[in-house]
Design a protein around this ligand. Sequence first.
Ligand code: ATP
Length: 544
Amino acid sequence: MNSGNDKNNNPKTPKLTQEEFGLPPNLFQNPNVRNIESPKGKYDNEPGRVTQRETSTSNTRTPLTVNIPTFETINSLPTPMAYTPLSPNVLSSMSPTLQMQQQPFQQLNVRKRRNNNSININNGGIPNFKAFPNEIRNSRELNQVKNFPSSNRIVSELIPPPSLSPQRIVSLPTVTEEENVANAKKDKQSKFEEKEEEIVEESEFNSEDSILSGFLLDDMTQVKQWKKVKLIGTGNFSFVTLYESLDDFDKYYHQVAVKKIKYADNLMNTNDDTLSRLESSLTRELSVLKTLKHPCVVKLYGINDPIFIEKERPLTNLLQNGHKTLPSCEFIMSYCNGGDLLKELTECQGNLPHWLVQRLYCELVLAVKYLHENHIIHRDLKLENVFLKYTLDEIIGMKDTPIYEEQNMIELGDFGLCKRIEPGELCTARCGSEDYVSPEILMGVPYDGHLTDTWALGVVLYALLEDRLPFDPLPNANQRQRNRPVAYRIATFDWRWCKTIKEVDLETAKHIVKNTLTRKNQRWTIQQMYKSPYIQEVVSSLKF
Ligand SMILES: Nc1ncnc2c1ncn2[C@@H]1O[C@H](COP(=O)(O)OP(=O)(O)OP(=O)(O)O)[C@@H](O)[C@H]1O
């Protein structure tokens, strides 16, 4: 879940300060900041819209000024998307003031797939810019890349995650693991953290009432009830739990995935605009989800409290009316029994049969094509957000039955960063997940969200084919190459085939990757991807 920022929706505002970007005052006061110009944002108060830093090409008259510290002079991570993955223990040992100061940087607590060799941790997480080739070392673009966090994952300028959140521990096999003592120590630490996460998840599961009352979108007058079954996933912004219906109604809604939004402990007490941004995020995700209707896209069936659907500012309204606590927000959604694609790919160690890769990927392309045709960009396409409706074994078992052609196998989820856009509109909010983010987002230039989505689709297909992420260090990389940040490899389009290098059979699939992990002016649109033989071969057999 991520959110637009409503606080600064004043079209007259000439400047976005660093504070408005969520940077701490010490950076704001840094005398070494320089100004770069960015086109004026398109302001729009409609609910469900990210408006704050999004830019429309048609509205570029008054430049906004964004302060960005120069790379050479800063000694802390310079962008609001950066975070420091502090463990809860480290955090709780700090004074409350220090904890507060840490908050802007604790944007994520995602377990890193690769080890820290991939970033230069000796200079505060700032990429080793000497590693960049001479011709781009001093360019403006490089400054943007340098200012990009080299920490585990970026999320968004739109909203900070509520707190140090427990995470699913899923990973693609990494090529940077080394069998040494350091890693053994890390393993031990990570087992400890895994345990901690399990405990947090378990207590979250047990602490809550086991009965959920809610409303279906098509009838907001009738209360329905579901019984909690098990926790199925946690994201940075939510806990997702399986519930089963207690009512004897449509079997369609019998099993549902309930996404409960996490609220930060101090959400109501902070003076910043976190609450407002969270609220915008919620209403934006809900307003988009309720309009979507495609077999390969997750479905929003209902909500625990109609206020989230009916009001533009549900949380603020309640607080203004004297409420002392915030109502929980639970999305009632279609349940995908097979887990997410990253988890499944990891569990089968990347050995998915090619026919299955092709099928699942084709459905993903259909889902994104549907979104783009409806002027919605997703902005967080990745393996973790592709949910399987059935387990892999079940799907493989269906292969030669009619169901295989009649049923969709995936649903695309997590619309926390999505955005409705006008034709030709460009975005400026830097958001996404580090491994899937396109060079233009890294560079901080206004970008076409359709093309950043197709870039991410290129990363997904590469990962499915190669069982590794394209911008991780190559298996035979030397230490110097490993030290280069992922951002460097993305900005220089530095990826190549390893496992499938000679696989002629996969040429049509590789053709998609080649045409998506490329410069934006050459990059395929979703329509071009759809028309490719790799996708058409499957589409022609589908009956849904
Ligand atoms: N409809 C669903 N069916 C089955 N599992 C689901 C469903 N929705 C979510 N999950 C599981 O819960 C996890 C978290 O969900 P989701 O990505 O929507 O949450 P989030 O807090 O927005 O996450 P993120 O940190 O990626 O922004 C998913 O990766 C998936 O494993």
